[in-house]
Write a protein that binds this ligand. Structure first.
Ligand SMILES: Cc1cc2nc3c(=O)[nH]c(=O)nc-3n(C[C@H](O)[C@H](O)[C@H](O)COP(=O)(O)OP(=O)(O)OC[C@H]3O[C@@H](n4cnc5c(N)ncnc54)[C@H](O)[C@@H]3O)c2cc1C
Length: 326
């Protein structure tokens, strides 16, 4: 039976994994996505962050790389299982039995680092939206080689994709319903300099399909109402993500608007279940990475006390706990 199962491999889940390893607990991290980093990887990997302690500024993806490297020191003690969504939790005699999309695990404690929940892409809501060449993420740039790609959206990820496609010499058009973009000014400039085509303020009003593949897109200028038909081999939709809130009703845990209500040691209303990071709420809670890191350390320390009530855990400093070999 594992000491702890950490649910979620956002920055806070990864740091909790590191801390659990450092505190000599055994366990695992389960993550529903095929990658680590949570919101930082999914929503804003190229954005600069300015409020990570000791960093004047650091890109989101570099925060993820750093905290992943830190965690990786303990990957044998706390392995990471990607594409593993937590489905259900059952109370058993000495802890919990959890069922994920891939396995059954027994553990003494659970630490939720589930952030705002899973992310599902906001869909294109128009007839024909299930066509095979409508995509919501880029798995491999190779499939777009020598193809014509239309990107829908005006945020950072849409423009980042646009620039990446142009850098791979792929014919790219961005369609956005407003003249103003939410994306970073520099990325928009980059896209324009690389001769990307921008069509604003346009909305997609019809898809023309053949054999379940979009062949043509009919778009309408929102100011002039003029319609235009453009061709595309692929449509990449980037209308953002919808968080699906945490829902673990089966264990009857206290939540407020989808966030776990926690005590000062990060324990929830269920014995042996803890939570940290964006997944929690309490008076004065700040949903930032720096605060979440602290909560992860607090939660793992409390879990250690919970499992080993008689163990002396007075040595709280990593400078004493970790011995580096020269
Ligand atoms: C655009 C933007 C800019 C931001 N800028 C800053 C900033 O400058 N500074 C700052 O401090 N914060 C910033 N934040 C907030 C910051 O991203 C969050 O505080 C941080 O991501 C919280 O980390 P987390 O690990 O708690 O949750 P998340 O990053 O949300 O990660 C949670 C992980 O849990 C996984 N998960 C959820 N449910 C399950 C399940 N049932 N089974 C398995 N896995 C599951 C998810 O897939 C996800 O990977 C920003 C957020 C956004 C959107």
């Amino acid at each position: 039976m594992l000491d702890v199962v950490i649910v979620g491999s956002g920055p806070i889940g990864l740091f909790a994994g590191f801390y659990a390893g450092m505190r000599k607990l055994n366990g695992c991290i389960i993550e529903s996505l095929p990658y680590v980093g949570g919101q930082l990887t999914t929503l804003y990997k190229d954005k600069e962050i300015f409020d990570i302690p000791t960093q004047t500024s650091i890109k989101a993806k570099d925060v993820v790389n750093q905290v992943y490297m830190q965690y990786k020191q303990f990957i044998n003690e706390i392995p990471l299982y990607l594409n593993n969504e937590l489905y259900s939790i059952k109370k058993i005699e000495k802890g919990y039995e959890i069922l994920t999309s891939k396995q059954k695990i027994e553990c003494k404690t659970i630490l939720f680092a589930t952030g705002n929940g899973n992310f599902t892409p906001r869909k294109l809501t128009i007839e024909g939206n299930d066509a095979e060449n409508i995509l919501y993420k880029i798995d491999s740039i190779e499939i777009f080689k020598n193809k014509k790609v239309v990107v829908l959206g005006g945020g950072d990820s849409a423009l980042d994709w646009g620039v990446m496609l142009l850098e791979n010499r792929i014919d790219t058009t961005i369609i956005h319903r407003r003249n103003e973009f939410r994306a970073h000014e520099k990325t928009i400039e980059k896209f324009k300099n690389k001769k990307g085509i921008i069509k604003t303020p346009y909305e997609v009003i019809k898809l023309i399909l053949k054999n379940n593949l979009v062949q043509e897109i009919i778009i309408k200028n929102k100011e002039t109402e003029k319609e235009e038909t453009i061709t595309a081999d692929y449509i990449l939709v980037n209308y953002g993500f919808l968080p699906s809130k945490n829902k673990f009703n089966e264990i009857n845990i206290n939540v407020e608007q989808g966030s776990f209500i926690v005590n000062s040691d990060m324990s929830t209303s269920c014995d042996g279940i803890y939570a940290c990071g964006n997944a929690v709420t309490y008076k004065g809670k700040l949903k930032t990475i720096a605060v979440g890191f602290g909560e992860a350390a607090t939660a793992i320390t409390a879990i250690n006390h919970y499992i080993f009530p008689n163990k002396n855990i007075s040595n709280i400093y990593s400078s004493s706990a970790i011995k580096k070999e020269d």
